[in-house]
Design a protein around this ligand. Sequence first.
Ligand code: TMP
Length: 401
Amino acid sequence: MFKCKVTQKKIKPFMSFGSMPLANGFLKKSQFKKEFFYKMEVGFNEDLSLFQLAEQPEAKLMFNKDYPFFTSSSNFMINHFRLFSKWLKKNNYLKNNYNLIEIGSNDGTFLNNFKNTSINFFGIEPSKNMSDLSNKKKIPALNFFFNFENVKNLKKSIGKTNLITAANVICHVQDLNSLILGIDLLLNKKGIFIFEEPYLGSMYSKVSYDQIYDEHVFMFSAHSVKKIFNIYGFDLINVIPQVTHGGSMRYVIGRANEHKITKNVEKILQYEKKNKIDSFEGCLNFKKKCLESKFLLKEKINRMKSMDKKIVGYGATSKSTTILNYCGINSKHINCIFDTTKEKVGKFTPGTHIPIVNMKDFNKYNKDYVYLFAWNHKDEIFRKEKKFKKDGGKWFSHVKL
Ligand code: TMP
């Protein structure tokens, strides 16, 4: 197990989710006996207002050659990154001939928007299957973890990079110190770092505790991001809320005193203070709400089962691993989970061993209730699956749909 380096000593643990497998550890029957579990516990660093896992499994266990998350599996995300690339230009964060690096470029969905433009770009992606796929699509991607030691070798980019971006990546990075030193090394004087991540404020308001899993070591807020980057001589210069991943925040970072700080920053800091997102008190409120949510979900599912209702799941998401294991929901409750990802179909959910089946059979399958695990994609999914509701079927989830 890796002890989170940033401020390990100062974390105040406040809640355990019990024994947990890897969120993306979808497995075959033959692997059941050797499954990896760890104790999933969260804590708060009061100095940095930082919500984080108390301990995290080794990165190489999680982001390996079989990493099953493809950004391009969601049309919504493809569109989001298209709009993001336009937004960068509109706001002058990206200009002609700029040097751009994406950290955690996955299958190249974002960088694809810069093909045939004057932007000099490449991605850095630690999962080999993803960097291979990206390179096959002629979107250059280097295969390593972004950290100070590794980026020291990128001689041509040191001090010459105008923009570094990352989406749903930084909350995965255990050693923030090394990451920020790497960014500092690459960016030029006016260089900008923009990243977006699931937002702690959204997790609190939705009680979407399924955002917490092994890969998400941090749940950021404007307070924590500002405090962390200030330590390294950077300012938080802009923040823009996003609807992605059930509520995210885009953070814009620049070297201290090099950029004007937008009014959005003060506005969001005030909001966080008012809603106790910056303090330990917020954690304790959240814990109470998680316990209530678990109780209500189990009660709902037990009631459905006592009436002999057939329940299936929609989207074998990484997030579902937290809900299923924390609430003790397994194949006795949920017959199967439908998913479009071929790498998951035919396998079983981590820890709870619910079979994952091909989405193409969703309409044929006889069912009364569908647990929407991919609740953050609900608009896209409800548009696709109108027939189920029309035929009298019901969707449900642990968050409000
Ligand atoms: P994630 O939340 O861990 O990214 O996983 C999302 C999963 O949901 C992924 O396996 C693909 C699946 N999915 C579908 O099967 N159908 C859909 O329409 C969407 C949006 C996702």
